[in-house]
Write a protein that binds this ligand. Structure first.
Ligand code: FES
Length: 74
């Protein structure tokens, strides 16, 4: 089985809200689907245009960013 891979995005400056519950229809961004649960989105301020890798497996120790932990998942 293929391990999950991160979302690779070139972000523009601004405040980003990344999904923490996994229910968003617009992953990796929050769409409000967490409402009614104990989850809250990750709020990240991007200061300048840059590439980010956002975790999709939920095992990263640096959420919402990928730390390579998905490579151990099979
Ligand atoms: S997708 Fe890479 S650590 Fe989760």
């Amino acid at each position: 089985m293929e391990p999950k891979k991160p979302f690779h995005i070139t972000e523009q400056p601004g405040i980003k809200y990344y999904c923490a519950c996994g229910r968003s229809a617009g992953l990796p961004y929050c769409d409000g689907a967490h409402k009614g649960s104990d989850f809250h989105p990750y709020r990240v301020e991007i200061l300048e245009e840059k590439h980010v890798a956002i975790c999709s497996c939920g095992k990263s120790a640096k959420l919402p960013f990928c730390d390579g932990a998905h490579k151990a998942l099979l």
